[in-house]
Write a protein that binds this ligand. Structure first.
Ligand code: ADP
Length: 157
């Protein structure tokens, strides 16, 4: 089975990494799709976000990284994916994820959305909060991978 894991990954956190590690051996191919959000202005470019993920997942031979500013379902169809996977942290994610899953179902009925619950140790971790903590000089240990920590420092965070 081929899966697509879409997201902004701006930047990737240990919560995302946990989802990727837990999923990668369940699918023959896991395609991470770094998407441009029309609503959120990104801190890191596509190239930067993609480089962080490549460095972290270099050992995972069935994980592939792509960038897109188009529809996730169009990408999924193009690579003949069977499903889209998303992570769910809390009830606050639920409505958004349900709306997105239903819209994707309408656009591409043959592609299912699979939802994986965040591991308890990461269910409070978000890219948005990580950026806020970095900006205010907080400790990022246990929240993001080392390369992201360095990059946030280099951005003057
Ligand atoms: P988006 O901008 O599309 O919400 P994100 O980059 O924030 O994308 O996240 C991509 C996916 O990973 C989403 O389904 C999100 O709920 C999930 N996710 C984000 N952080 C975590 C975490 N700490 N644990 C598990 N899943 C997460």
């Amino acid at each position: 089975m081929i899966a697509v894991y879409p997201g902004s990954f701006d930047p990737i956190t240990l919560g995302h990494v946990d989802i990727i590690q837990r999923l990668s051996n369940k699918f023959s191919e896991l395609h991470i799709l770094i998407a441009e959000s029309s609503e959120k202005k990104s801190l890191f470019t596509f190239e930067e976000r993609s480089k962080f993920i490549k460095e972290i997942l270099v050992q995972n031979k069935n994980v592939f990284i792509h960038c897109s500013s188009g529809l996730t379902v169009d990408f999924a169809k193009k690579i003949k994916a069977d499903c889209i996977v998303r992570g769910l942290r809390a009830v606050s994610d639920f409505e958004y994820e349900m709306g997105m899953a239903n819209m994707n179902k309408k656009l591409a009925p043959e592609i299912e959305t699979y939802i994986l619950f965040a591991s308890p140790q990461f269910n409070f971790v978000s890219s948005r909060l990580v950026k806020e903590i970095a900006k205010l000089g907080g400790d990022l240990n246990g929240l993001v991978p080392e390369n992201v920590k360095e990059a946030l420092k280099n951005k003057g965070y």
